[in-house]
Design a protein around this ligand. Structure first.
Ligand code: IMP
Length: 429
């Protein structure tokens, strides 16, 4: 396949970073198309662990180009830190390899402040990552946003900042009863970012279209997961962008025909961080055990992740929403020590059974998961990288997932390392 898109099919943290790192060795260009520094992609290479929040994980490959698309909301402070960290580790030797669309919206200090204030005052908290994502996307939609192209123009930036700050400070002072932000402080702290962004700004749409014409291989890197999608997730407990594959086109500026294959990433179980419904959540010792073995703590905020069984109702829906061609099942080894393993095949609300997730939040919270139970394999499979070396019960579990979902399993991950990967079919061919 020429171009491959990768999306999370649960509530994020599925292990996209590892799969993208693997797939990027077959790609010429890696593009992020939505989200911001709320994401946290962890990649383990030998004894090195790199966590990237903003820059596409493909930057760890010497010969690829990485693009931050217009659909992303970019925090220049995080960008600067990541660039410094990458350079310190010997990556990103050539600045030209990282391109940022001029139309990408910039996260400003008032976005982060408002994110925190809104959460602290809300009766029902979303549990955001506090990275200013929601307020930045609000400004984009209300046509108030400051884009990279605006920031690098001193005069335009000053004008836009002034107009924004007047409104934001009114809200901060009058509604939240907090300290307003000072224009001169922001101008001072954002001054160095102008130079940084000038180095990386690009007409990424033109670049990608040239690459498509030359039949270069492009990898579209999704962040978060399908059920954090602003439209299709468990609203309002979602992020503020479209996380599904449809946004690859508007968030990067390519037509739908530019994406040939869509790979969905899911864990062999389910996790969620932040608030919101989670039908298969295990609140007792089994959930604790999953969290401990799977090291389920947020890569961005360090918060403990909620853990539960594999939910086929959700993943089936994600297959439809994203048009998935294949699946990558991550962290199969985390289930090594479970005597019995469960898969949720449908929901029950009152006396009725449901094959699709409900639309009303209240119904979602009342869903009783209906489980199928299978025997576990009770054998360590960590680092197995050949399908034939998996225990029969692990093969059976993967087979049952394929059967229930009707989509092939392309990749299985058995540990954080690059080598702990079983590749049954490479989406790039
Ligand atoms: P926000 O994206 O920071 O506004 O957070 C909204 C919701 O999405 C919260 O429940 C976050 O925990 C969740 N969220 C955002 N980004 C990620 C991610 O990369 N992984 C998992 N959850 C996320």
């Amino acid at each position: 396949m020429a171009n491959v898109g990768v999306v999370g099919v649960q509530w994020g943290d599925e292990g996209k970073g590892k799969v993208i790192d693997f797939l990027s060795s077959f790609a010429d260009i890696i593009v992020r198309f939505q989200g911001g520094a709320n994401a946290g992609h962890t990649i383990v290479i030998g004894d090195k662990k790199v966590i990237l929040h903003l820059i596409p994980s493909g930057i760890l490959r010497e010969d690829t180009y990485c693009v931050i698309g217009n659909g992303v909301v970019l925090d220049p402070e995080v960008l600067q830190k990541e660039i410094e960290e990458l350079k310190g580790l010997g990556y990103l030797k050539d600045d030209k390899r990282l391109m940022i669309s001029g139309c990408t919206h910039v996260i400003m200090p008032y976005h982060k402040k408002l994110d925190a204030l809104k959460e602290s005052k809300a009766a029902k908290k979303i549990g955001t990552t506090g990275r200013g994502i929601g307020p930045a996307y609000e400004d984009r939609v209300s046509r108030m946003g400051i884009r990279v192209i605006d920031l690098i123009d001193k005069k335009v930036f000053r004008e836009k900042l002034k107009a924004n700050l007047e409104m934001k400070n009114f809200l901060i002072r009058r509604y939240y009863k907090d300290e307003p932000l000072k224009m001169k402080d922001i101008l001072k702290s954002y001054e160095p970012y102008r130079k940084l962004l000038k180095t990386h700004i690009s007409d990424s749409v033109a670049f990608l279209h040239k690459a498509i014409a030359k039949k270069k291989k492009i990898l579209f890197e999704g962040a978060q997961g399908t059920f954090l999608d602003i439209d299709h997730g468990t609203y309002p407990y979602v992020t503020s962008s479209n996380t599904i594959s449809g946004n690859m086109t508007s968030g990067a500026g390519v037509p739908p025909s530019a994406v040939d294959y869509i790979l969905g990433i899911c864990k062999a179980y389910t996790t969620r961080v932040g608030e919101g419904p989670f039908p298969t959540e295990l609140t007792g010792p089994e959930g604790e055990l999953m969290r401990k073995i799977g090291d389920e703590f947020g890569a961005t905020t360090g918060r403990p992740r909620r853990c539960g069984w594999f939910d086929a109702v959700l993943v089936r829906r994600a297959i439809k929403l994203n048009g998935l061609n294949g699946l990558s099942i991550m962290k199969l080894d985390v289930l090594d020590s479970f005597e019995k393993i469960r898969i949720c095949t449908r929901y029950k609300i009152g006396n009725r059974f449901y094959d699709e997730p409900p639309m009303a939040l209240g119904d979602f919270s009342r869903c009783e998961p209906q489980y199928e139970e299978m025997d576990g394999w009770n054998t360590p499979i960590k680092d197995v990288n050949r399908f034939d070396d998996l225990p029969e019960n692990a093969k059976r579990y993967l087979g049952r997932i394929e059967e229930l979902l009707g989509v092939p399993v392309d990749i299985v991950s058995t540990g954080p390392d690059r080598n702990s990967t079983i590749v049954l079919r490479n989406p790039f061919g």
